[in-house]
Design a binder for this molecule. Sequence first.
Ligand code: FCX
Length: 438
Amino acid sequence: MTQLKDKLSEKIQAHRPRTARLTKEFADIVIDKVDIGQCMGGARDIKCLVTDISSLDPQEGIRFRGKTIPETFAALPKAAGSAYPTVESFWYFLLTGEVPTQAQVDEVVAQWKTRQSVPPYVFDVIRTLPRDSHPMAMLSIGILALQRDSKFAAYYNSGKFNKTNAWEQVYEDASDLVARIPVIAAFIYNLKYRDDKQIAIDPKLDMGANFAHMIGQSEEYKDVARMYFILHSDHESGNVSAHTTHLVHSALSDPYYAYSAGLSGLAGPLHGLANQEVLSWTMKFQEKYCKGVEPTKELITKALWDTLNSGQVIPGYGHAVLRKTDPRYMSQREFCLKTPGLKDDPLFKLVSMIFEVAPGVLSEHGHTKNPWPNVDAQSGVIQWYYGVKHWDFYTVLFGVGRALGCMANITWDRALGYALERPKSVTTDMLEKWAAEG
Ligand code: FCX
């Protein structure tokens, strides 16, 4: 047992009586009601999922294990010589809810080193795909290919499956998956954009630093990777990638099946793909409206209206839950503002100008409930500045980070024995009957 698994086990034992009591004694306490609007409108806001990993307040934004983003960054031990925590310290925190000591972080870093080696057949599978396949398809397929090695699936098939202990095998798969996904992502990056010039793992580096190293990036990018993966990790459990992962795992499909499906959801333009769409929109804007002229608020306003009038959404703006500027956006913006060079970068200035204009245009348009920017409106700028200019890769970066939240969630799902998910469907006839009855 590692210190992390020990601590997790202790936390799980302490938590189980709470959920058991809720199920046994309070199952019929009503906490919400469902109306026809929610039924037709993507189950928006219906309170029927449970997670303790993170929670999302519409005004304040995300809290990881009760801490805001600045509180999380301040509390966790930092990578050596860095202003940001290691991803490994964040993983300990997400799983247990406790801030690890440096010794506990060092143990997770060492553990991930033993887990991060990806079987060669996974690379073979990805290599077989047409080179112009979307990198998210490659990532989802790469994770799915790892299923062969699932310890949870092997345990289920062993004939000794025990519900009480099953979380331990989910934890093993989850830990392998979070350690391996940056290695697969770096392989895809090098395969597609660096003429297949692969770079070996550096066993001395923490996860974020090693990812930067493996894609041939600069020293400064190490903190970008750490920040980026932590910020994108979790956003409650109702978003498409987290919910899909939870749903698929609720059938006792192992973590590889579950996260491959979650990644497929993340690849949608209304979800994680929005970060590539933001860059694509901004570049098209420059090409179409700014030939030989500086961007102005007037030009941006025109371009935003043109997009809306053509029936498209403004990527990077709006949110299903948030009703103010996403603190993940603000955190990345602060990174830009305090990074010399980046704060004067023309693309950052343009994105900042869009931030000044878009909320007003969207409010006047009057459709969206939230005219403010979300995480995706800012993230591409930073990647672009550091030379990661293939924006179809941006959602892969999101997917590496999101693995942390999804894997922490399903480890706890199994520990607390959460049920097979199976909401009830109704027909249009039923809805019309209830509508007529008032
Ligand atoms: N531009 C134009 N219209 C927008 C809009 C935007 N950015 N955001 C919402 N709307 C529209 C919706 O399309 C909907 O129109 P309709 O009534 O004609 O069908 C109306 O406003 C009401 O939608 P709303 O309730 O505010 O938002 P939803 O919960 O339905 O959708 C998303 C939330 C995020 C999907 C929506 O705001 C959107 O499409 N944004 C652009 C894409 C994006 O940035 N996605 C990333 C979100 C997130 F951060 C992530 O998951 O990564």
